[in-house]
Design a protein around this ligand. Structure first.
Ligand SMILES: *Cc1c(COP(=O)(O)O)cnc(C)c1O
Length: 400
């Protein structure tokens, strides 16, 4: 039987990177796919479907209410908009013109990240809000936050869980961030799009938390907003304004409801055991290659098993950059997490690998190292390039 890869003429991808937007995020479980497929053939009242999603999100997060939007980045923009307009429909339809002077959004400078591939300050500003960055790139103090919370502030944004705990350790903790904002009655919006700890942020007192439907939850592309009923309602109403171009369809909402039910019924240990077995095999095979070393790790808050592969600095070996490039250049395309590539490290995530994929990756690595001995291949990345340059290169492929 031909596959969709064949019929659409697209190259198969082995995703050893995790739920990345550029790779179509997670592979959706068959049970969830079946519900999405059935939903696509139906007519429904969208408010009622959103109401059911709200109940499911409450079960998942313990929040009073929830709603579904186009993606997590949309969730941030929409929550920011809601913090400025409340449920005032006329105001909702006026954005990005903000009424009444309450248009500032406070965020620590160290939390200015790419939400996916767009900078978070751009996502905030598209609502008409003004971004107030506090502190320095790797430091922030309570006095920075306290001084920033003027009457013009509509909300404060906090980012968490991205790549485990690799945020600078001297930024404000969520606990003190919330405590200080609560004293001034400023709502805290938490971007937890990479998170899987669905209950703790709400229980710590966050007013709005945003999760991804398509990353670790394993649904179709969608963003989950959860929090107090008033604020979530104000988020839901943004569909009538700036939320319109970010809206979610019935398939996205059905995917969220179904993925939540699946998540709450599944045994996560089982998936981890399967991944661990595969990762152990992979590590053994990598250790047998001269100059490469590998070890199994598990990031806090990550539901997956990961392997860190280190390439020794050796003229007879490809650099981690070159290896990364070599893996991505074949058929099937093999994509890994290259966040630490400048340090000679490639990260392999085992969430979306089929049985045998780990062996195929090993063979490709061996083949690539052999090839390299005979040519200058793989040295084409200049030292000046960074991960973002390389990402932009993949967009250029569309044009050429
Ligand atoms: C992926 C991610 C986003 C963006 O999520 P989308 O659903 O792709 O819009 C935002 N914030 C963080 C921390 C993320 O990891």
């Amino acid at each position: 039987m031909s596959t969709l890869y064949d019929r659409m003429g697209i190259t198969k991808v082995i995703n050893a990177r995790g739920p990345a937007t550029t790779l179509g995020s997670s592979r959706v479980h068959e049970r969830v796919r079946t519900d999405i497929e059935e939903m696509l053939g139906l007519s429904v009242e969208m408010w009622e479907l959103q109401k059911k999603a709200s109940e499911a999100i409450s079960r998942l997060t313990g929040a009073e209410a929830g709603c579904v939007v186009g993606c997590s980045a949309a969730g941030i923009a929409i929550a920011v908009a809601a913090s400025m307009t409340g449920d005032d429909m006329a105001h909702i339809k006026e954005l990005p013109t903000v009424r009444g002077g309450k248009n500032k959004i406070v965020i620590q400078k160290g939390h200015i990240i790419g939400v996916g591939d767009a900078p978070i300050h751009q996502v905030i500003r598209m609502t008409g809000a003004e971004v107030v960055e506090i502190g320095e790139s790797i430091d922030c103090a309570t006095y920075h936050l306290e001084a920033s919370l003027t009457d013009e502030v509509a909300a404060a944004v906090y980012v968490t869980y991205l790549f485990g705990d690799s945020f600078p350790p001297n930024l404000l903790s969520l606990e003190s961030f919330i405590e200080i904002c609560k004293k001034k009655r400023i709502p805290v919006i938490v971007d937890a799009a990479y998170g899987t700890d669905y209950k703790s942020l709400i229980s710590q007192g966050a007013d709005i938390v945003i999760y991804s439907g398509q990353k670790w939850l394993g649904g179709a592309t969608a963003g989950l907003i959860c929090g107090s009923k008033d604020l979530v309602y104000a988020c839901y109403l943004q569909e009538n304004g700036i939320g319109r171009p970010m809206k979610v369809g019935k398939e996205g909402i059905a995917g969220v409801i179904s993925a939540i039910e699946y998540h709450l019924s599944a045994n996560p240990d089982h998936a981890l055991q399967v991944q661990l077995k595969q990762a152990t095999k992979f590590v053994e095979r990598i250790q047998a290659i001269d100059g490469l070393s590998a070890q199994i790790g598990r990031k806090p808050h990550s539901p997956s098993i990961q392997v860190e592969l280190r390439v020794a600095a050796d003229d007879n070996l490809p650099t981690a950059w070159a290896l990364n490039q070599g893996l991505a250049a074949g058929n099937p395309v093999i994509k890994v997490n290259d966040y630490f590539v400048q340090l000679g490290v490639l990260m392999f995530d085992f969430s979306f690998l089929d049985e045998g994929d780990e062996e195929l990756i090993v063979q490709r690595i061996r083949y690539f190292i052999k090839q390299l001995g005979q040519s200058e291949g793989g040295k084409s990345y200049s030292k000046a390039q960074t991960r973002l340059d390389a990402m932009y290169d993949t967009y250029k492929k569309w044009m050429n």
